[in-house]
Design a protein around this ligand. Structure first.
Ligand SMILES: Cc1cc2nc3c(=O)[nH]c(=O)nc-3n(C[C@H](O)[C@H](O)[C@H](O)COP(=O)(O)OP(=O)(O)OC[C@H]3O[C@@H](n4cnc5c(N)ncnc54)[C@H](O)[C@@H]3O)c2cc1C
Length: 395
């Protein structure tokens, strides 16, 4: 009897997406990552969740792996959407907070500088960003403007001689406490959206931790007040000259989240399969019951469908084909399936499914944040709906 295996970094992958899309060097880099996650990071996660803190050891373990330029991989392969995707997938398969913290640097911040910075800024800053000598976060959302940030952005930047003065507020900004700079989006006096690299310790920047989260607890999110913050013109990201450029950045970042939603499903399925192989009821392992197997099969089907979507999206982006509706479709569908897959995993663990030690509980709670961040289900649906009908329901 053939038994599916999940003992490599990519977990259950019956249709062989990883083998079809990754080189031996990329697979080796992911195995090194998996080893660090399994042996040194996973043991920290229950306490991290209970105490709502991200242990410094997590990034201390990940940074030396040079995951943005792994050994044996050239720049083109390491920077590809495909490799970035699998990296997020493997991270999220262990823990979504860890994946989100890493992606705040490798996805959100790095993409903002690579696509939003002038060619000189991108060239100068990319290496320090890759090796975390320059840490940054991405600050777009505001207290009063989430889904409607494109039209509603209230943070303002005004010229003052050679400087800019920024006034406003940002909300939900992940990992801001450990950032050197915050990529802040603001409207100028002509209503043009601009972006600035604001030092976290600049006068007028005030961070307040968002308390009481029931999802992604180890990851820290912040309200950021910007009270007349002065930055020089050289801090402005040169290629953000309107919302169209922010969209270009978001379009590239959304695939990262779809991969995280897919990795979450892989982790949830791992947790469910491990449990039902061990747990006995009615004198037999739970895994032998038909109703349990049906749930596992649905979970694997959800995961495999999601892998099909994200690998094809990344392959398309690596051919330089970017479409808002394709990123939106991928995020929408993988997050929807992640919610169902995580709920099924929690369910087959019974009461133990709400205990952190079995991991399914973490994935279940984390699916809620993934469902809403970087474009909610509804907003992504409206982007797809606009492409299908030619009629915009929200702008
Ligand atoms: C854990 C976490 C981390 C985050 N990290 C960052 C970060 O690092 N940087 C950053 O800038 N932002 C970050 N965000 C913010 C995130 O992108 C926003 O939460 C998201 O865009 C949704 O905005 P909102 O929460 O204000 O919801 P709202 O916009 O208030 O939406 C509430 C509900 O109304 C629905 N809705 C809104 N408009 C419509 C409409 N026209 N039609 C139908 N339904 C609609 C939404 O889909 C949603 O269901 C993070 C959020 C979370 C939860």
């Amino acid at each position: 009897m053939a038994v599916l295996r999940n003992d490599s970094a990519v977990g259950f992958d019956p249709l062989g997406f990883a083998a079809a899309h990754l080189s031996p060097a990329a697979l080796a880099a992911l195995e090194r990552l998996q080893d660090a996650l399994t042996t040194r990071i996973r043991p920290l996660l229950t306490e991290a969740w209970e105490t709502a803190t991200m242990p410094a050891a997590v990034l201390d373990e990940l940074i030396p792996l040079a995951l943005m330029r792994p050994q044996g991989m050239d720049a083109a392969e390491a920077d590809s959407s495909m490799f970035a995707g699998w990296r997020n997938y493997v991270l999220a398969r262990t823990d979504v907070s860890v994946a989100t913290v890493y992606n705040a640097q490798s996805g959100l911040f790095r993409t903002a500088v690579r696509l939003g910075g002038s060619p000189a800024q991108a060239a100068e800053l990319d290496e320090p960003i890759r090796d975390f000598r320059l840490r940054g976060v991405f600050a777009l959302t505001e207290p009063d403007h989430g889904s409607d940030i494109a039209g509603g952005m209230a943070t303002r930047a005004r010229r003052d001689g050679g400087d800019w003065i920024i006034v406003g507020a940002k909300r939900w900004i992940g990992g801001a406490d450990t950032a050197d700079v915050i990529a802040v989006f603001a409207r100028d006096e002509a209503d043009v959206v601009r972006a600035f690299l604001v030092p976290r310790d600049a006068a007028g920047v005030r961070l307040t931790r968002i308390e009481g989260k029931a999802s992604l607890r180890p990851m820290q999110n912040f309200d950021i007040a910007l009270e007349g913050v002065r930055v020089p013109e050289s801090a402005r990201l040169g290629r953000v000259e309107g919302w169209r450029d922010v969209s270009r950045i978001l379009r590239a970042m959304r695939s990262d989240v779809a991969w995280i939603a897919t990795g979450l499903q892989a982790g949830a399925l791992d947790a469910a399969v491990a449990y039902v192989r061990e747990r006995q009821q009615f004198g037999r392992p739970l895994g032998g019951f038909q109703l349990v197997q049906e749930k596992l099969a649905r979970m694997l089907a959800n995961l495999t469908s999601s892998l099909g979507i994200v690998t094809q999206l990344s392959a398309q982006q690596d051919r330089d084909v970017y479409a808002d509706e394709n990123s939106a479709l991928a995020k929408l569908q993988t997050a929807l399936l992640a919610r169902e897959t995580a709920a099924l995993a929690r369910e087959v663990l019974g009461g133990n499914g709400i205990l952190l030690e079995h991991a399914a509980a973490r994935f279940f709670a984390d699916a809620e944040a993934v469902y809403s961040y970087e474009g909610t289900h509804e907003i992504n649906a409206l982007i797809v709906g606009r492409a299908l009908t030619g009629s915009s329901a929200f702008v």
